[in-house]
Structures are given as structure tokens and as C-alpha cells.
Design a protein around this ligand. Structure first.
Ligand SMILES: [Zn+2]
Length: 485
């Protein structure tokens, strides 16, 4: 048995060397990248500025623009070329100026509550008995018009199902992996919300409250940028707290009284938002027009600090560019960084960039590869290979000299829902890093609990080193990364 096992191990070792031998690994450069990234890292300081200093970065908000200018200025400081903000039309922005949701009867209690993005303000301070309509039909609600005028309305049923797990973790075994966003439970109401909101608006309701589906005070909040400015203002309350309010309101007797204050502001002056672009120019006359693109979305939702979604990814690509620039890297192809906006509204910044720069076949031929850093947190384990077996063999070779930093393996499966997807839709090779999903789905992504404590300094350093090394090898090999079609 022992003999058989050691023979199998020897066979595997030979096979790995053979795969690696087909690909030229620049071990000297990998060593220099590790030294710069481990010993002179700026990743932690960048992360602190982005999360603590600037905070949430909703696309179109002043904070997102501040973050984009800050990143642009760092790229300029590090000596990158072609540093600029690339505008694309997004529409009106939105920011939150004040929110306070309190229970005042049967006792005082502050509530954990956040406004949907792009929701309008509540006029003045509204207080009074909450009206619960979560279990009412549309015709019943129509009949409650006199109670609804100026009212604080509990629109949904108590939250019965909660988000209580993360998606399966890739990278731990060799079996097929289910990837992509998990199907999370959502708030439910007897009258569908699309039918309910127009009724509330006609009745002149002051504000609509609904439950978050996350546990333990975690509040998941998104928002629709096409929300009309005369919509009923909309607030999400921590699930357990909403359930308490709904039970008290439904129990008759004294009910529950609330006080709500909400002030929001639309940004109408500049309808553009901005991707941040910068280059390390290629030096090979035959290849320098080809682009190795590394990117991450800089935008976030608005309730916390956008740390795991996606401050960590943005910092990884920024620090990767800093490392390469600090080493005086002279790649054959141009290495370009893109920090996208509008990812959270539908991968819009990446789509705008593709429309602006890669619309025709000749331009598409100039893209060597796109490397994206988004979902998950912690260190980078490898890449999702989107079914591209030829690319996987190359990436496997590039990953090998990074195993001492905790990379594990590339997996052949793809992952959806982030900025490499529109590249793949055009037949271009775009790949996303594999990270851990430890509390990412259950706790931090798109919630009021997305704070930088989920990333360690070592993990930030490691992520940047992996991207820098991959970008370097992609910029130096003779051929572009193979297309699937
Ligand atoms: Zn997201």
C-alpha cells in the first residue's frame, strides 16, 4: 500500500513539472514581487484610507468620486502612465444625510435601520402608531386609506427565513464546485410589493418599513437608481427588530409607536460617473499595443464601508500596480489597471469601458487577458477558469511559485455576477480570483456589517502579490491567453 502510494505521488510530481515546464516562469521576478509586496507593502494603509477614511462608495455619490480621485492620485504618485478618470453616463447620484428610526411606545428603543439607496427623504420628523399591512390583501389596504395618510407602514410579513450560510467553498477538494451568488431568502408580503407601493403612494403614506433577511442585527440594503423622487420613502429594519414591531402592531391593544427621520440628497449636477484607469506601458514594439487588464470595482453599497465588497479587491489591484511600478517593471505588453464604478448596478462601468474601447474585432484582438478581483475575502487561492482548459494549464503554472503564500488551485468552473462577465460575453478571456466565502454571504456582502476587520494585513499583501505576478507573466509570454471561442 505504501509502495503504491509513493508511486502515485511520484507520478503526480512529474506531471506537475511537465505542465510547468511548458510555461516560462520568471522566478527572479516572482521573488522581487514577493519582496516588495511583503517588505514594503502599502496595502494596509490603502485599505484603511478606503474603508475608514472614505467609507461607503455608492456609484454617483460624492464619496465614490472622492475615492476615484484618491485612487487616480495614488497611481500618479507611483509614476504610472495614462492616469485618468474615464467618464460614462450613469444618471443621478444619491447620498444619505440623516436617518433615525426609534420605537417610542410601548417603551423606548433605537432600531437598526437603513434607507434603500435612491429613496427620497421623509418630510420632517414623522411619529405615530405604526400601521401593519404585511398580512393584508390589496383591497383590504385600499380600504385603509384614512389610516395610511402620513403613516409609518410595516409593509411585510415577519421575516421567517434568514440568510444563515455561505455559498460552498471552492478550492478545498477536487470535486465540482457550485459557484456564484447563493439564492437568499427575501422579505415576503401578502400583497406583492409592486402592487402595494402605488397604493401607499396614493394614500400618502409617510414611509415604508420592511425586514432584512439577515440575522443578528445585520441589515442587507440595496436600492434602485430609477426610484422616482416622489416614491414612498423606503427603509429596511433589522429582521428580528422588524418582527417585534410587526407582532406588537398586529396584536391590537396599544400597538407600537415609532419616530422616523430620513434625509437623503440626489446628485443631479454631474450625471457621469468614473472608472479609474492607469498604465504601465509595454516596451516590446510588437506587443506594446496589447493590453493585460487588471481590475476590481471601487464602488460599494452605502450602509457600511464596502470593505470585503470590494475594498479588498480594489486595494489588491492598486497595490499590485504599485509593486510593479516600484520594481521598475518593463513589461512587453501594456499592463493597465481599471477601478470600475457601477458594478453593483449591473457591471455597468466594465460594460461602458468595453463599449468605449473594445467594440470592434480589431480592438478585441488587443486584449491579452482581464484579471478581476471581487467576490469573497481573505487570501487569493487561485482563479475561476470559466471552462477554459488551455488557459487553466497556463494559470496552473503561474500559480505554482505562489503556493508558499497560500494559493491552492485554479478551478475549471466559472463564477458569475462580477466585472469579468461582460468580457466573457464578448468572447474575451476574463477571470476572477478565488477567495474565501467565510461570512461573506451570511454577513458582509451588501450589508451594514462590511468592515475591514474581515481582512488581515497578510491577506491584503498576498492578494496584491498574486495579481502582480499573474499580470507580469501575462504581459511577458509570447502569446495572448487562449480564447474559448
Ligand atoms: Zn457586491
Amino acid at each position: 500500500m505504501r509502495h503504491l502510494l509513493s508511486s502515485a505521488a511520484a507520478f503526480v510530481a512529474v506531471a506537475l513539472v511537465t505542465v510547468a515546464a511548458q510555461e516560462n516562469i520568471d522566478t527572479a521576478m516572482v521573488g522581487r514581487i514577493k519582496a516588495e509586496g511583503l517588505q514594503r507593502s502599502r496595502a494596509s494603509a490603502l485599505y484603511q484610507t478606503l474603508t475608514d477614511g472614505i467609507g461607503a462608495r455608492l456609484t454617483g455619490s460624492p464619496a465614490h468620486t472622492q475615492a476615484a480621485r484618491w485612487a487616480r492620485d495614488r497611481f500618479a504618485e507611483w509614476g504610472l502612465a495614462n492616469v485618468h478618470l474615464e467618464p460614462w453616463e450613469f444618471g443621478r447620484g444619491w447620498s444619505l444625510e440623516k436617518i433615525s428610526v426609534e420605537m417610542t411606545s410601548p417603551r423606548y428603543m433605537p432600531l437598526i435601520a437603513y434607507a434603500d439607496a435612491w429613496t427620497p427623504s421623509v418630510t420632517g420628523v414623522v411619529s405615530g402608531r405604526a400601521v401593519y399591512v404585511g398580512d393584508r390583501t390589496a383591497s383590504q389596504i385600499e380600504g385603509m386609506a384614512s389610516q395610511l395618510r402620513g403613516a409609518i407602514v410595516l409593509t411585510h410579513l415577519p421575516q421567517a427565513e434568514f440568510v444563515d450560510s455561505d455559498r460552498p467553498q471552492p478550492g478545498l477538494n477536487d470535486g465540482p464546485v457550485a459557484t456564484g451568488n447563493p439564492a437568499n431568502p427575501t422579505a415576503r408580503s401578502t400583497t406583492p410589493i409592486g402592487d402595494l407601493l402605488p397604493v401607499l403612494r396614493r394614500a400618502g403614506a409617510a414611509v415604508a418599513l420592511r425586514p432584512s433577511a439577515y440575522r443578528d442585527g445585520t441589515v442587507g440594503v440595496l436600492g434602485n437608481r430609477t426610484t422616482p423622487s416622489d416614491a414612498v420613502p423606503s427603509i429596511v429594519v433589522a429582521g428580528e427588530q422588524y418582527n417585534m414591531l410587526a407582532r406588537l402592531a398586529a396584536s391590537g391593544a396599544s400597538g407600537v409607536e415609532l419616530r422616523v427621520e430620513l434625509r437623503t440628497r440626489y446628485q443631479e449636477e454631474d450625471r457621469n460617473t468614473y472608472n479609474v484607469i492607469a498604465d504601465i506601458p509595454g516596451r516590446d514594439p510588437a506587443l506594446r499595443d496589447e493590453i493585460v487588464l487588471v481590475g476590481a470595482h471601487l464602488d460599494s453599497w452605502h450602509t457600511a464601508t464596502g470593505a470585503t465588497d470590494n475594498g479588498d479587491g480594489a486595494v489588491a489591484v492598486m497595490e499590485a500596480m504599485r509593486i510593479l511600478s516600484a520594481l521598475g517593471a518593463q513589461p512587453r505588453r501594456t499592463i493597465r489597471v481599471a477601478l470600475w464604478s457601477g458594478e453593483e448596478q449591473g457591471l455597468l462601468g466594465a460594460r461602458a469601458h468595453l463599449a468605449q474601447h473594445f467594440a470592434d474585432r480589431a480592438a478585441q484582438d488587443k486584449l491579452a487577458v482581464y484579471l478581476n478581483d471581487d467576490p469573497g475575502s481573505g487570501k487569493t487561492l487561485g482563479f475561476y477558469m470559466e471552462g477554459n482548459t488551455a488557459a487553466k494549464a497556463i494559470f496552473d503554472a503561474w500559480l505554482a511559485p505562489l503556493k508558499d503564500l497560500g494559493t491552492t488551485r485554479n478551478i475549471i468552473e466559472g463564477i458569475g455576477a462580477t466585472d469579468h462577465v461582460p468580457f466573457n460575453e464578448m468572447g474575451l478571456p476574463g477571470f476572477n480570483v478565488i477567495k474565501d466565502f467565510d461570512a461573506y454571504d451570511e454577513r458582509t456582502r451588501h450589508t451594514n456589517a462590511d468592515y475591514p476587520e474581515r481582512m488581515s494585513e497578510d491577506e491584503l499583501k498576498q492578494s496584491a502579490i498574486v495579481l502582480a505576478s499573474f499580470a507580469w507573466h501575462a504581459a511577458m509570454r509570447n502569446e495572448k491567453i487562449p480564447r474559448v471561442r
